[in-house]
Design a protein around this ligand. Structure first.
Ligand code: ASP
Ligand code: MG
Length: 426
């Protein structure tokens, strides 16, 4: 019988320079002789850099786009110089991928912004796995470097692809039988797949976590580990609360809740495929691989032990009132929700009274003015655009004084497990 398969995901920060790449290899060394699938993100901030290339390209600024590609090339080149001898074949491989990327700029951009975005931005992951593949082989690993697009099949929703589970699952499962006939590492790109019409497509920013989950689901993996630059899933952003700790164990459900309230935990789509097959997910530190990290599984008994704090700054609190002092009824509500959905505004908290309905969402001036214009056709609108939202999960032993002292609490909502406060900035 084939032994257990593990799926590892390494994010951009884990391969941000040569020392980081070496560190990834040293982690993998500890899992020698096991069946591993390694999902890799673009190196460092490459995806952001490629977003700027794309922006220049669609704005018709080809020379600016080329300049930005050349900066990204220099960034990768310096990593190669540190990792490989001058005559290594990887230099040619990387240089030909970059030439291909430059060649993309000669095509006229697709009518769809999102489609050309995926065409350009997907290069980041292709480059990253080419580098890591070469380095792992050089270091004595047995590696099968495969193209994610050959396996992850999606619809044509660029930048937010819907996976065709049937096709994707069958392809990965079949390939897996051959991949693990002998032990070794299967290396592939996170974040990207291939659309129905055969073009590069992405699963959305930070989508590599989701890629790991897709492969794990299809292969009935024993475990997924997401390697990050933090000790695990933290109960608060350590930059804001220095005493933040890693949660040792939470349920899938809690992970989804935390993500919903805006914690930058893992890509929200990651959980469901793992939950469905009861595959445990660990989040561990690549800086301290021996650390315990966070384990996520079906067991929710520890969820309540530690309060978690999630901050969303730069929020708007908007109140909607019928002009004629009539009530906020179902008909009004359905109209209001249609307007929010039409304007693509994600509501973080809502509350209604007889004559008003209040909502909190991210402050994006352009989006908000269109929404308000829409709402004002039917309702009176008031808003405060300088508020913060604090969410405290499992607040029984938590206090909010630290966040509210000297500031005004404009709205507060409590359920059994979640306490949310909207606080004025000053
Ligand atoms: N490289 C992509 C991003 O930065 C995907 C990922 O890192 O998960 O969004
Ligand atoms: Mg990333």
């Amino acid at each position: 019988m084939q032994s257990a398969i593990r799926v590892f995901k390494f994010g951009g920060a884990s391969v941000k320079d040569a020392a980081a790449v070496r560190n990834v290899a040293s982690i993998l060394k500890k899992y020698d002789n096991q069946n591993l699938v390694v999902i890799l993100s673009a190196m460092g901030k490459t995806t952001n850099a490629l977003e700027r290339v794309h922006q220049a390209y669609v704005s018709g600024q080809k020379s600016d786009a080329l300049k930005r590609i050349s900066e990204s090339k220099d960034f990768h080149q310096s990593i190669l110089n540190d990792l490989f001898k001058k005559d290594h074949v990887v230099y040619n491989s990387i240089s030909s991928v970059f030439s291909e990327l430059e060649g993309e700029l000669n095509l006229s951009p697709e009518a769809s912004f999102d489609k050309s975005y995926d065409r350009i931005v997907s290069y980041g992951e292709r480059i990253a796995t080419t580098v890591l593949n070469a380095y792992l082989i050089e270091s004595g690993f047995k590696v099968k470097h495969v193209t994610a697009g050959d396996f992850i099949s999606t619809d044509n929703t660029y930048r937010d692809a819907y996976v065709n589970w049937e096709v994707t699952g069958a392809r990965i499962f079949e390939a897996g039988k051959l991949w693990f006939a002998e032990t070794g590492i299967v290396l592939t790109q996170g974040f990207i797949g291939r659309s129905e019409e055969g073009c590069p497509i992405s699963l959305g920013r930070e989508g590599s976590d989701f890629s790991a989950s897709i492969f794990a689901h299809a292969l009935n993996a024993a475990e997924v580990i997401i390697w990050k630059d933090v000790p695990g899933i933290m109960n608060a952003d350590p930059k804001l609360i220095p005493t933040a700790i890693a949660l040792p164990h939470i349920s899938y459900r809690e992970a989804v809740e935390l993500a919903y309230y805006g914690a930058s935990v893992i890509h929200p789509k990651t959980i469901k495929p793992l939950e469905n097959k009861n595959i445990p997910l660990s989040v561990k530190s690549f800086i301290n691989p021996a650390g315990q990290g966070t384990i996520i599984d079906r067991n929710g008994t520890d969820d309540k032990l530690v309060p978690s704090y999630i901050f969303k700054f730069n929020q708007v609190l908007l109140s909607i009132l019928p002009r004629d002092f009539s009530f906020i009824n179902e008909k009004n509500m359905s109209e209001i929700f249609t307007m929010f959905s039409r304007n693509n505004v994600k509501v973080r908290l809502m509350q209604n009274s007889a004559v008003s309905f209040s909502v909190c969402f991210d402050y994006e001036p352009a989006k908000m003015s269109v929404l308000i214009e829409d709402l004002q056709k039917r309702f009176a609108v008031r808003y405060n655009d300088s508020v913060d939202l604090v969410t405290i999960r499992h607040y029984t032993n938590a206090s909010a004084d630290e966040f509210t002292t000297g500031r005004k609490v404009l709205l507060e909502q409590k359920s059994r497990s979640t306490w949310q406060l909207i606080i004025s900035k000053n």
